[in-house]
Design a protein around this ligand. Structure first.
Ligand code: ADP
Ligand code: MG
Length: 312
């Protein structure tokens, strides 16, 4: 294997981001990202999971260069992007890293036909060829839509179709990395699986590395090669999806896993159990911690209190 093949698609080290929030005469500092280290391999799907407010979007937005971190490094394909891409989200950078947002309507201009939207993406990134029409047809067909949608306006399409167009627009650019921030959370349950399958196909057929941001563990399990769990700006546990979900180590992960509806469990999630998890999470968060490798083979690791590590 050459060095180039071994360079991950994304390599993040020590990323910090603090927001200052003001309101009612008070100012509050929120550490949205706290010493984040994260690698995404080429052609790998990594799911970033955690409750609302844990910092998932901030991490994706930093990687998309929509937000500037306070500290740390981000490499894409071995290139230090904070140094070489000083301007936020240049066109050159966009051709390597593309983002799909939660709201499939907000990201499309309502006055432009789909044909126009996709043509513009191809042209902006110098991908428009002599046979533009067949390029456009290929694009919509590759996301499972008929050629007729090219003549439609965004409002004439369903949420699921619009999200597929947003993905087709990413494909027009042929990026190495795709950031998908809750791409299915505003879609009907019935069409979610189709969008997830489409993301899996992009990984398999085009080798695109994907950061899949979600609060939904079930979809992460379905789609991702690896799952990374985020709690209050910190990555607390990670590993191969199935290995991690079979034996979650961090109380926060255990709580999230316990909250997934399980037909086998008669009673709904027990509030007392939840309170116990919350208390344990606070204890873990307040202790001097270290990163412990649980399983070498699956790469399963957890960020846990030092004392606990010596106990067992
Ligand atoms: P998630 O995507 O996991 O829900 P976010 O990254 O959106 O989490 O937010 C993480 C924290 O950072 C939250 O406390 C949020 O209120 C805060 N935050 C995010 N963006 C901003 C911003 N532009 N200004 C101030 N605070 C922000
Ligand atoms: Mg978010």
């Amino acid at each position: 294997m050459s060095t180039q093949e071994k360079t991950p698609a994304v390599r993040i080290r020590g990323l910090d981001k603090t927001f200052v929030q003001s309101g009612f005469g008070s100012r509050r500092r929120v550490k949205a990202l706290d010493s984040i280290d994260l690698d995404i391999g080429r052609g790998e799907i990594v799911a970033l999971v955690g409750e609302s407010g844990s910092g998932k979007s901030t991490l994706a937005r930093c990687l998309a260069r929509l937000e500037s971190p306070d500290r740390g490094t981000m490499e894409v394909l071995g290139e230090d992007v904070l140094r070489t891409q000083r301007r936020r989200a240049s066109r050159e950078y966009r051709s390597e890293v593309q983002m799909v947002f939660q709201d499939p309507f907000g990201s499309l201009n309502p006055t432009q036909r789909i044909e126009h939207v996709l043509t513009r993406s191809l042209q902006l990134h110098g991908k428009a060829g002599d046979d533009l029409r067949s390029q456009l047809v290929d694009l919509v067909e590759s996301v499972g839509l008929p050629a007729e949608v090219l003549g439609s306006f965004p409002h004439e399409l369903s949420g699921g179709q619009r999200q597929r167009i947003a993905i087709a627009r990413v494909l027009a650019v042929e990026p190495e990395v795709m950031l998908a921030d809750e791409p299915t959370s505003m879609l009907d349950v019935s069409v979610r699986i189709g969008v997830l399958n489409l993301l899996a196909r992009l990984r398999d057929e085009r080798g695109i590395a994907i950061l899949y941001v979600t609060h939904d563990l079930a979809s992460a399990r379905y789609l991702a090669d690896r799952i990374i769990v985020m709690h209050r700006g910190t990555l607390v546990e990670g590993g191969e999806s199935l290995a991690l979900l079979d034996a979650p180590q961090h109380p926060y992960t255990q709580m999230l896993v316990g909250a997934v509806p399980d037909p086998a469990r008669e009673a709904p999630f027990d509030p007392e159990e939840r309170a116990r998890y919350r208390a344990e999470i606070e204890t873990w968060a307040g202790s001097p911690s270290e990163r412990v490798l649980i399983d070498d083979e699956s790469g399963h690791w957890v960020w846990k209190p030092k004392e606990t590590a010596q106990d067992d």
